[in-house]
Ligand binder design. Structure first.
Ligand code: CMX
Length: 139
């Protein structure tokens, strides 16, 4: 089951510049900053009601964020949907013909198992499935 939009990911050139700007915009502080070495990104999270905004800066030239910034510039990079059972959703989407960008769930930022769906299958929007990791979650 898909529950809600968990977060919107925004690619930025510099977290140092973007964090204070988003803090000013929303009148709140970023509650978490995290380096995700496997994705070559540094992230900063903001809570806004039931949803979140994730700012993403590339930490290496091979990062998906570095490629995105080169091609499209700063802006919305992905929309993340919260799911109860990521493996079940991955099986369902694969059976529906969606191309999944990782075959197994992987650990992402903010204590989540994640999987990306190719933007070509979703009318140009990169979709991330994410499931909160709790005690007993297989990964
Ligand atoms: N949103 C929409 N379209 C995108 C996109 C994005 N974020 N990133 C790339 N595209 C487009 C490209 O512009 C390209 O379009 P055209 O064919 O019209 O030019 C198309 O998707 C395919 O691009 P590609 O050259 O085949 O592949 P890329 O090397 O650009 O990789 C993608 C694109 C989505 C497959 C790759 O970025 C990926 O695997 N992403 C998943 C992982 C990720 O994004 N990690 C960073 C975030 C981590 C986190 O949230 O913690």
């Amino acid at each position: 089951m898909m529950n809600k939009i968990e977060h919107i990911g925004i690619a930025v050139k510099s977290l140092e510049l973007a964090i204070p700007q988003y803090e000013k915009l929303m009148g709140i502080s970023s509650y978490k900053q995290e380096n995700v070495a496997s994705e070559q990104v540094k992230t900063a999270f903001f809570k806004i009601g039931a949803n979140k905004i994730e700012l993403l800066e590339a930490t290496g030239p091979e990062s998906a964020i570095a490629k995105f910034l080169d091609k499209k510039g700063e802006g919305i990079h992905h929309i993340a949907l919260d799911v109860d059972d990521i493996r079940a959703e991955m099986r369902r989407l694969e059976a529906e013909g969606f191309v999944l960008l990782n075959k197994l769930p992987k650990r992402g930022a903010d204590n989540k198992l994640i999987c990306f769906v190719h933007p070509k299958d979703t009318h140009g929007v990169l979709i991330e499935l994410c499931q909160e990791i709790t005690e007993g979650t297989d990964d």
